[in-house]
Ligand binder design. Structure first.
Ligand code: ATP
Ligand code: MG
Ligand code: FE
Length: 348
């Protein structure tokens, strides 16, 4: 069947259509510009924007796929984690469509969506594969078997900030525009990555091998900027951005490749918004090639939040014969990633 995927966990309203592992069409609307003057996503504004964008985005996805509403055979929707009000808008819309079309509904974990995004470009994931999720809210190293059936093994997670959060917060300190990650990436192009030696957190011999920590890096970058200000010097922004990006990319790729080696896994998949970072991509490429590991990174448009990745998980669940969600399924704003299917029971 054609699976419609709905994503609304943060500031993107996404709809995508997938059949048998193939992307037929998708559309995304973002309320990013409305949050810019607040320097971060405002939950209430995001939720309202989803109400506004839901129907147009679904229509646009259908138009791009050359399909009609009646062609939809199943609906998949992000039920967590994410902003509560934002998730509820997407779930209400998805339930309405599933109920009125008389098709099954599947609740999907947002991060499983980020993982599945890569299958739309590069085909089925090998079993097992190593997955590095680097996004605005998460940084995790995962051992993934069959995404639709098996539990996901967490080898490591961030102990404090996520990698994307680090980029976003440092960008603010540097006075770069919102959202910070892409701004750091752009600014870094003109800089020297060896200009500032920022710390490489949790890479010492006694440290946890696969956990991450980025709050110290954020503090180091803030202190570096402050020292320049105290001395009345202009901030060498490009060098600061390039050096920060180098530190983040170094830690992420070093740990991911070490995990592949230790577990004897031949494929590394890097997903999430920070997988769009040019230095993370380049360094992952370089280190995987040296280690004989196959690297997979989704195209830029599928790295950040979208509905196609949720449809991709729904399609895997349908083909695995998974149980659909009951129509009173709820959301779980802080769901840990255990299984790709996420069907929290309603708690009132
Ligand atoms: P989560 O998936 O953890 O719930 P999210 O959905 O907000 O969080 P994504 O949409 O996956 O996160 O990614 C957004 C993050 O990616 C932001 O922190 C943003 O700054 C970062 N990002 C996007 N492009 C780049 C880039 N080129 N370089 C660095 N970071 C980037
Ligand atoms: Mg976003
Ligand atoms: Fe995301």
């Amino acid at each position: 069947p054609v699976v419609l995927g709905i994503e609304s966990s943060c500031d993107e309203t996404g709809a995508g259509l997938v059949r048998d592992g193939r992307l037929l069409g998708h559309a995304v609307a973002s309320s990013m510009d409305e949050h810019a003057r607040f320097g971060g996503v405002v939950p209430e504004i995001a939720a309202r924007a989803h109400v506004h964008s839901f129907t147009p985005v679904v229509r646009e996805a259908l138009a791009r796929a050359g399909l009609r509403m009646a062609d939809i055979g199943a609906v998949a929707v992000t039920t967590g984690p994410g902003l509560s009000g934002a998730l509820q808008v997407g779930l209400a819309g998805a339930k309405t469509l599933a109920f009125s079309l008389g098709v099954p509904l599947y609740g999907v974990h947002h991060l499983a969506g980020h993982v599945a995004a890569d299958t739309l470009e590069h085909g089925p994931l090998p079993d097992p594969c190593m997955v590095l999720i680097v996004s605005g809210g998460h940084t995790s190293l995962l051992l993934v078997r069959d995404l639709a059936r098996d539990p996901i093994v967490h080898l490591g997670d961030t102990l404090d900030d996520a990698a994307g959060e680090c980029f976003d917060k440092v960008a603010r300190v540097f006075g770069l525009p919102y959202p910070g990650g892409p701004a750091v990436d752009r600014t870094a192009r003109a800089g020297d990555p060896r200009a500032v030696r920022f710390p490489r957190p949790l890479t010492g011999p006694g440290d946890s091998r696969y956990d991450f920590s980025f709050s110290g890096l954020k503090t180091a970058a803030a202190r570096w900027a402050e020292q320049h200000r105290i001395r009345g010097e202009e901030l060498p922004l490009a060098d600061g951005a390039a050096s920060l990006q180098e530190a983040v990319a170094d830690v992420l790729t070093r740990k991911a490749v070490a995990a592949c080696r230790e577990y004897g896994v031949g494929t590394l998949v890097v997903v999430g918004g920070v997988a769009a970072n040019s230095r993370v991509r380049a360094l992952a490429e370089e280190r995987c090639r040296a280690a004989g590991i196959t690297l997979r990174v989704p195209p830029l448009s599928l790295c950040t939040d979208n509905g196609a990745m949720i449809a991709a998980v729904g399609d895997l669940l349908v083909r695995a014969g998974a149980e659909p969600a009951p129509l009173d399924v709820s959301i779980d704003p802080s769901a840990p990633l255990e299984y790709a299917a996420l069907h929290p029971v309603a708690r009132v």
